[in-house]
Ligand binder design. Structure first.
Ligand code: M6R
Length: 605
């Protein structure tokens, strides 16, 4: 969703901020803008569409000359995507410029009060009320005005502010929307995420809710609403800038698919000691709970569906899954005996955050499985398990998903052992299946060329079904989402046994049915479903396990993945489906890394 960057230093602010905005493009946006402070003046350029539009407009504007400024990529919430609604927004007198992520829920009320007082609004955005409020209350002391203004806002915000009276200074504040500060040498930054400035500094300070920052090129001051200075620790980003660049790949998505063996290794290895999975250091008393609830959104939820099946199977404890956007409003029956596993790549998904608050208010403990270090979800949870996937830039998650599944496998095995449901031998056997994931993922990537050919064959299909049973069905949900979100082809995932309860009506000559047949105890069942769709003229692309000869006489095309215990196949069997979605979208000339209407991190409801 929206991206923010602010810079102050000695370098060319325009160049640095535009570079930051390019790096934030992956979040998804529809317009962009930049404001630069030059002595006691602020100049601004905004443009609907791509950052490249903004770059060419900015290059024509010689007034954007200075060493301090703010920039923004906007994903429209209030008001259509347009030049006027793009951020930054300026006060009528040009004294203030601000960028904002989040939603101001009481903006209409504030706006009408300001209009009554004669303030003129230019845009349809909720954001503009913040800058007009700042201007309305300003008495020469910006810190005071900032605290007063933000105290009137309801909702979520991360804001960056420029004031003409404070040359060389950028201000920031946040509530329920991420903002971090980058600490450089003789230059400092703020941004909605690290990728914006990681090429320039790896030292960051996390700004927490209700904190404010006053940033000059040599100093970062954090203060609270009583203007009391807060001492904050700096932390160092461990990943390299190359991790957030394409490194020769045509798309981030393909790069991230290919990075999965390394991401799995980085996630699994630190959690295995003496051949056994070990999460003891988290300090979770697993025996305390009588049920587990897994909640998340999108692909993270589908990873949770895999986790549900494996945890329930191994731990013999009731596991329920629910999408966070429903859970938050459903008044679920949850108490201190419920352990809630929350899954999120970004750690900033608004519905998931709301679900955490809901279950914690009912007394549940939350374990977060999260990729972004220091994110809101990581901080809210009672226990945090990081997936060490590194930065994921493509909107469609790939290595984020597989590392989440790997953590869920490890959690299942660890919990089953702690609960006495499996003995030491089983623990070692299952651990070795998990440890073999990176190598199995690497071998699965060898299917790349073959999957590309299948995508050439099938990319013109209007609608594609995915069917599977049990764990394979959970994988189908993710495979189908991957395809639809980046190729825009209609696709649905069905539990294969449900076909004859309605969906089979849609199976006709030429319909492609991707059939996932990796859970071998149910192989005969899925084969009979394949026969049912074939009998109605469908083409079948089957995904099965190496050594499966039977499948060749049933399906039109077959992809085989390396064998392991059937409980630990999902993290590998998804890989050909990711590649299939990628190449279908490529054939159809889609904007793979930034699919239309989607954002990387869904920070609003
Ligand atoms: O950052 P999160 O894991 O919380 O995001 C959840 C979903 O928005 C995300 O998985 C989404 O479904 C992806 N676009 C799927 O590729």
């Amino acid at each position: 969703m929206c991206g923010i960057i602010g810079f102050t230093g000695s370098g060319d602010a325009r160049e640095i901020i535009l570079d930051g905005l390019k790096r934030l493009e992956y979040r998804g946006y529809d317009s962009a803008g930049i404001a630069i402070q030059n002595k006691n003046e602020i100049d601004m350029v905004k443009a609907q569409g791509k950052v490249d539009n903004l770059i060419s407009l900015s290059n024509k504007n010689n007034k954007l000359d200075g060493h301090c400024g703010i920039g923004h990529t906007r994903w429209a919430t209030h008001g259509v995507p347009s030049d006027v609604n793009a951020h930054p927004h300026m006060s009528t007198d040009g004294k203030f410029a601000i960028v904002h992520n989040g939603i101001i829920e009481n903006y209409a009320e504030i706006k009408s009060k300001l209009i009554e007082k004669g303030v003129k609004f230019l845009s349809e955005t909720d954001t503009e009320v913040i800058v007009q409020l700042l201007d309305y209350y300003y008495d020469g002391d910006l810190k005071k005005t900032l605290v007063k203004t933000t105290s009137m806002l309801e909702g979520s915000y991360a804001i960056g502010v420029l004031c003409a009276d404070y040359p060389g200074t950028i201000f920031a504040a946040k509530v329920a929307s991420p903002l971090i500060i980058g600490v450089g040498v003789g230059e400092n930054y703020f941004a909605s995420d690290i990728t914006a400035f990681v090429s320039r500094t790896k030292n960051v300070i996390d700004l927490d809710d209700y904190e404010f920052a006053e940033i000059t090129k040599d100093k970062v001051t954090i203060f609270d609403h009583n203007f009391k200075e807060i001492k904050k620790e700096e932390r160092k980003i461990t990943w390299d800038v190359a991790a957030a660049e394409k490194s020769g790949y045509e798309h981030f998505m393909l790069k991230e698919i290919m990075e999965q063996p390394a991401a799995l290794k980085a996630t699994i290895e630190p959690r295995v000691k003496d051949g056994k999975v070990n999460f003891d250091e988290l300090g979770i008393d697993i025996k305390k709970y009588d049920r587990i609830l897994i909640t998340a959104c999108g692909s993270a939820y589908y990873a949770g569906c895999v986790g549900r099946d494996v945890i329930e199977k191994l731990c013999r404890i009731h596991v329920h899954t629910e999408v966070a956007s429903e859970l938050r409003y459903r008044d679920p029956i949850i108490d201190e005996k419920t352990l809630v596993l929350v899954i999120s790549q970004s750690g900033e998904t608004a519905d998931t955050i709301a679900a955490i608050k809901e279950v914690q208010s009912k007394g549940a403990d939350v374990v977060a499985i999260v990729n972004v270090v220091g994110s809101t979800i990581a901080k809210l949870a009672n226990y945090t398990i990081y997936t060490w996937a590194g930065p994921e830039i493509a909107v469609a998650t790939t290595k984020g998903y597989t590392t989440q599944v790997a953590v869920l496998y490890m959690f299942a095995v660890w919990a089953a052992f702690k609960l006495g449901r499996i003995d030491e031998n089983k623990m070692e056997e299952y651990t070795s299946n998990i440890v073999s994931l990176p190598e199995r993922a690497q071998r699965t990537l060898d299917l790349n060329t073959r999957v590309k050919k299948l995508a050439d064959k099938y990319h013109e299909k209007q609608s594609i079904f995915f069917i599977g049973r049990y764990l394979d069905y959970a994988v189908c949900l993710e495979g189908s989402l991957k395809l639809k979100e980046i190729s825009y082809i209609h696709s649905e995932a069905y539990a294969a046994g449900e076909l004859k309860h309605g969906t089979i009506a849609l199976i006709e000559k030429g319909r492609l049915v991707v059939s996932v047949c990796c859970y071998e105890p149910l192989l005969d069942k899925i084969i009979s479903n394949i026969q049912q769709v074939k009998a109605r003229g469908a083409q079948v692309l089957a995904l099965a396990i190496e050594g499966n000869k039977k499948i060749f006489s049933e399906a039109d095309d077959v992809l085989l993945v390396p064998k392991a215990n059937e409980l630990f196949m999902a993290a590998v069997e998804i890989i050909p489906l990711q590649l299939f979605a990628y190449y279908v979208a490529k054939n159809n000339k889609c904007d793979i890394d930034k699919p239309k209407n989607l954002a990387k991190s869904v920070t609003v409801e």
